[in-house]
Design a binder for this molecule. Structure first.
Ligand code: DLL
Length: 423
């Protein structure tokens, strides 16, 4: 499609979208009324700048279904990602949304040259997380044979990969690296595997990591990007040129805005990535700020595709940690500690990478008013906190209780995280 044709399609879809949200979502009607913008003010895609932004907090404030634009009887599926208050960000899909998701995912997989000749091991988590089911539907659409193994259980992953002859692995890049490193200790070598392609995403990873994975596995590794609020995996994917990720801009219109001023930025300038869902029915979003940092490039790609490319994401403008593909905010830890009320709220989170897997250790100060007498009591309390954290955030955390006033206080903003993965 030429840029002009694309702009016409986007303009048409934007007009429909704005009518849809203005009529069906009280939140957007209120926002637009406050700004003095009417649906008829939006005539082309260039008018998008007149529309309000949407932030993660808006989804939280309307938890669980307040931003849905269709009656529940038209929602055929929900997904969710973890949130700061223990309330997950919840999204809903109509039948059409699921069809569009399938379509964009199939485009991503076709970009990675995956076809009906492939046996695809989907090792993203299945469940409320969008990774497993999202990639699954796309894989079926391109006709690949899907192995819906979900995440975890390294030995079994390798066993099935060898026995079934998987040709494609879809999982987070960190898990792909862990699996590669686990080959030998599980009695396998590359010669036992038929893997050709990797479809990796859900967390930031560098170009060097991509090359490392290609070398370790003897495969071609592709980057798949997405987020639950916009759809899930499949918003963008890189082609064989690896010069940025092609955004499916007929469905997801991207913009870059300045992290502080939120003013639109030009192509090539780095800022926060913002998406408008041009075709979504269930929970359509206007100008959703992802906080992911990127740049846009509208030049035609050497692969021949004309869609806009976003630069590979290696960071976010806020402090969200991604641990084994799961989103984590330090405030979630604080929430659990305060809820339990058995320690002080002074804590430090240590993030590390051991054998290529992310690990978390939490040091928490004991409450002076509530000191423990025996080692057994201390052990019981740390186990209890570990358990509470695991059920709240879905991650295992090693908890170490320390003496009061041993964790450094800050004079400015508190430092809550020491991320040794970045060293
Ligand atoms: O992680 C969706 C997904 C699943 C994408 C499987 C790719 C593969 P959320 O849990 O909502 O959704 O997290 C979205 O993860 O805003 C980015 O910060 C980060 N992220 C996702 N894909 C990439 C990527 C899924 N390829 C958040 N590179 C996003 C860098 C990524 N960061």
């Amino acid at each position: 499609m030429s840029r002009e044709e694309m702009r016409e399609l986007q303009s048409e879809r934007l007009k429909q979208l704005v009518n849809h949200v203005y009529t069906n979502v009280a939140f957007y009607r209120r926002r637009m009324d406050e700004m003095g913008v009417k649906p008829e003010d939006i005539q082309t895609i260039d008018d998008i700048f007149k529309l309000p932004f949407t932030y993660k907090n808006d989804l939280r404030d309307h938890y669980p279904f307040g931003l849905f634009a269709v009656p529940m009887k038209d929602i055929v599926r929900v997904h969710a990602s973890s949130g700061t208050t223990g309330k997950p960000t919840t999204v809903g899909y109509t039948k059409n949304d699921i069809e569009n998701w399938r379509e964009v995912l199939a485009r991503c997989l076709a970009m990675a040259e995956i076809s009906s000749d492939d046996m695809m091991q989907v090792s993203y988590g299945y469940g409320l997380f969008t990774g497993g089911l999202g990639v699954h539907y796309g894989a079926e659409t391109v006709g690949a044979t899907v192995i819906p193994i979900s995440g975890g259980n390294t030995r079994r992953q390798l066993q099935l990969m060898a026995d079934y002859g998987s040709t494609v692995l879809a999982c987070t890049p960190s898990y792909a690296l862990h699996l590669a490193d686990a080959l030998a200790e599980n009695g396998y070598s590359l010669a036992d595997m038929k893997l050709k392609i990797g479809v990796f995403g859900a967390e930031p990873w560098t170009e060097n990591m991509r090359l490392e994975l290609e070398k370790k596995w003897g495969i071609k590794a592709y980057d798949i990007y997405g987020l639950s609020e916009i759809m899930g995996p499949g918003v963008a994917n890189d082609c064989e040129c690896h010069t940025g990720l092609h955004v499916h801009e007929d469905h997801f219109f991207p913009e870059i805005v300045h992290p502080d001023t939120k003013q639109p930025m030009s192509d090539g300038q780095e800022g926060e990535l913002v998406f408008t869902t041009l075709t979504k029915e269930g929970i359509p979003l206007l100008r959703y700020n992802t906080r992911d940092l990127s740049t846009l490039n509208r030049d035609k790609c050497a692969c021949g595709r004309t869609t806009v490319r976003m630069k590979k994401i290696t960071g976010r403008s806020d402090d969200m940690l991604i641990i084994r593909g799961v989103n984590l905010f330090p405030s979630q830890i604080e929430h659990v500690l305060l809820e339990m009320g058995e320690t002080s709220a002074h804590y430090m989170l240590y993030v590390d990478k051991i054998n290529n897997l992310d690990t978390l250790e939490l040091k928490v100060e004991l409450d002076e008013a509530n000191m423990m007498d025996t080692i057994r009591d201390l052990q019981n309390l740390s186990k209890k906190i570990e358990h509470a954290l695991n059920s709240a955030i879905g991650l295992s955390v090693k908890v170490t209780l320390v003496e009061p006033k041993t964790i450094a206080r800050s004079e400015g903003k508190a430092v809550r995280v020491i991320d040794n993965r970045k060293k």
